[in-house]
Ligand binder design. Structure first.
Ligand code: 5AD
Ligand code: SF4
Length: 343
């Protein structure tokens, strides 16, 4: 018996101890087997379809000051923009009708101009295009989440970022880890498909802490998990930190697939930023979703959470055809449905 038999066992039981998770994350000892096991589990539970979600980054204005993020309010170097509701709906219409995206993801900083009333209007207009709608707009009250749900939102992404509370409070001043967790709970209660996730390679983050993150996401039974490497941004306080942990991010993602076999896991843009083929590699290590950016024009360059964001110049059409080819080249196909989690 090889000493990696626990991996085959995890592929069947979806249980790993914290020590086993740490052993998988810590170095590349089990990496090859981990990736192939995650790929097998992915095929068995969610199949060969890769779901494409059209991402609209509709405002880079943010009231928060997360130390790692280029959109933080104290970053005065960035040119800020806010799309009009008409622009957002127009982009969504093109993404749905011209390019055939079945999910639209609306992402922004925490921009208070977008009141529940304004968002409600936008969501109900986009909902007419026969698409699933995912929101990724930060921490809101239960009532606000309820309003968006009624208007037609189906899914919500809000990463917990880290479950190490001290680290969280150091990196996200003025924010509360408990409040963030409560958002996940509230979204679940309201019947959203809930996405969360973490950054990997944060300064001060340990393997133990990443293992705790994975266990937390499993316990919360989240429907989607976005896991990406932290990439230091030159105009933030973390500019001199290391980050850029590509392989560790892949390993973390692969372990997530073992623990929650039937969820949606995106191959994140941050991975592509560190490796020209990052997303295609991620698709072979447990991921089954890609979120091409359908934001057009100047705005695209301005949504810089981190520097060198991949695919800055990809048009939606290019994304669709290019991904189509690359996805087929690895024996997969583009998903035709909404790509919800099948529970
Ligand atoms: N590197 C990588 N990911 C980042 N995010 C924010 N800043 C960075 C960075 N510097 C991620 C956070 C956030 C998501 C929208 O982008 O996890 O939740
Ligand atoms: Fe704002 Fe999100 Fe960036 Fe934090 S990570 S500063 S909340 S956009």
């Amino acid at each position: 018996m090889s000493d990696s038999n626990f991996l085959q066992c995890a592929a069947d039981t979806h249980v790993l101890s914290k020590e086993q998770i740490i052993a998988l994350l810590r170095d590349d000892k089990y990496e090859k087997e981990l990736f192939s096991t995650a790929d097998e589990v992915r095929r068995k539970f969610v199949g060969d379809e890769v779901h494409l979600r059209g991402l609209i980054e509709f405002s880079n204005i943010c009231k928060n000051n997360c130390l790692y993020c280029g959109l933080r309010r104290d970053n005065l170097k960035i040119k800020r923009y806010r799309m009009s509701p008409e622009e957002i709906v127009g982009l969504a219409s093109r993404a749905a009708h011209d390019y055939g995206f079945k999910t639209i993801v609306m992402q922004s900083g925490e921009d208070l101009w977008f009141t529940p009333e304004r968002l409600k209007e936008i969501i109900s207009e986009i909902k007419k295009f026969d698409v699933a709608i995912t929101l990724s707009i930060g921490e809101k009250t239960f009532e606000e989440y309820a309003t968006y749900k009624e208007a037609g939102a189906d899914r919500y992404l809000i990463r917990i970022e880290t479950t190490d509370k001290d680290l969280y409070h150091r990196l996200d001043p003025d924010m509360s880890w408990e409040a963030r967790k409560q958002c996940l709970v509230n979204l679940g209660k309201l019947g959203y498909e809930v996405g969360s996730g973490i950054m990997v390679g944060l300064p001060g983050q340990t393997m133990e802490s990443i293992a705790d993150d994975l266990i937390f996401l499993k316990e919360m039974n989240i429907d989607m998990a976005g896991i990406g490497p932290f990439i230091p941004h030159p105009d933030t306080p973390l500019k001199n930190e290391k980050g850029r942990a590509f392989n560790l991010s892949l390993r973390t993602m692969a372990v997530m697939r073992l623990l929650l076999p039937d969820i949606n896991i995106p191959a994140t843009t941050a991975m592509e930023t560190l490796h020209p083929d990052g997303r295609i590699i991620a698709l072979q290590c447990g991921a089954n979703v890609i979120m091409p950016n359908v934001t057009e024009g100047e705005y695209r360059q301005l949504y810089q959470l981190y520097p060198g964001k991949a695919a800055l110049n990809e048009t939606p059409l290019y994304s669709k055809t290019n991904f189509g080819m690359r996805i087929e080249a690895i024996g997969r196909k583009i998903g035709t449905g909404y790509g919800s989690r099948k529970k």
